[in-house]
Design a protein around this ligand. Sequence first.
Ligand code: ADP
Length: 361
Amino acid sequence: MEQAEWAWAENAIRDLVVGLALFDAESRAVIWNPRAQTLTGWSAGQALGESAETLLARLATQSPTPDSVAARLRAAFAEPADCPIEVELATGDHPARVLSFEFFPLRGENANRIGTGLVLRDVTQERNADAMKSQLLSTVSHELRTPLASIKGFATTLLRQDVKWDEKTQREFLKIIEDETDRLTEIIDNLLDMSQIEAGALRVAREPLQLRSLIREVVDEMRMRTEAHYFVVDLPAELPLVLADSRRIRQVLQNLIGNAIKYSPRGQITIACQVADHHVIVSVADQGEGIPARYLTKIFERFFQVDGATTRRVGGSGLGLAIARSIVEAHNGKIWAQSEAGQGSTFYFTLPLVENDEAAK
Ligand code: ADP
């Protein structure tokens, strides 16, 4: 190759968006490009001249199962196959990542092997997306199946020709069918919202909003869902307008109050507002089982449920709070929870005041 062509090739290797390492016939590293440095945390100075055996074994120590990973990488190095190997690693300051290792033989003029190449890629995002998809599928199939089975069961029972149901029983069964249909709708709505959020397509239409009437409406509606709870609405005499999308904030309130009902067997549910400097803080408090301190932030992650058994019993998909958080954040607000074991939980979220937000523009 001419001098100029070499320079091109060198630049290409340097700027490659994947990690590239080349090993000579003695399996010593002769090329270690910048992306390989970022992905492994080792500079070219540290890697060049080292044997593949040493480098791969050292990388494997950052995986949860060093011995088997080192063995797999060694085997793939010796006999490069088409299929990349994916390894979970926690390198340097990075959180755990999934790296893909793809080895290929380097051949000389007469096709004899003169070394080995390695392409390194960070596939963490793809794997997270895959994990999210399979989680979604299993949630969907499980969560949809339960209400569906119940709808089918009660409809079949009502249709039996050999039994005559009295009117009260018929109404009871139809009521169950109605409730379960609502639950199905709610799960599907949540899934659609979540996929919109994932796609970065959650739109909020913010307008001046009177929280007082919205809170009263939602509380009246939620009251119908429970006989075991009583509601206290504690609003200041002066409640300034907030800048918010009423449909979306209704959804947040429904979720928080719905959770307060689901996760407290009985007792008081308090919905309150406090006016601060530039925003209103809305809170929803229950007297339920509470949430262990270590989960107070995790519950806002999608699919996270503190106790699978309880949530399955009360019906939940683990999406409600993740959606609530996205909605509140799309309003430039914050959402958080406080709780003490056995003392109930309080959820808070903030919404900007109209004047303040307008003035900030
Ligand atoms: P889910 O559909 O499971 O209710 P959420 O995202 O709304 O999903 O809530 C996530 C988890 O947070 C719930 O499964 C539950 O474990 C916990 N949680 C939410 N609200 C409360 C509450 N008021 N009291 C106790 N635990 C709660």
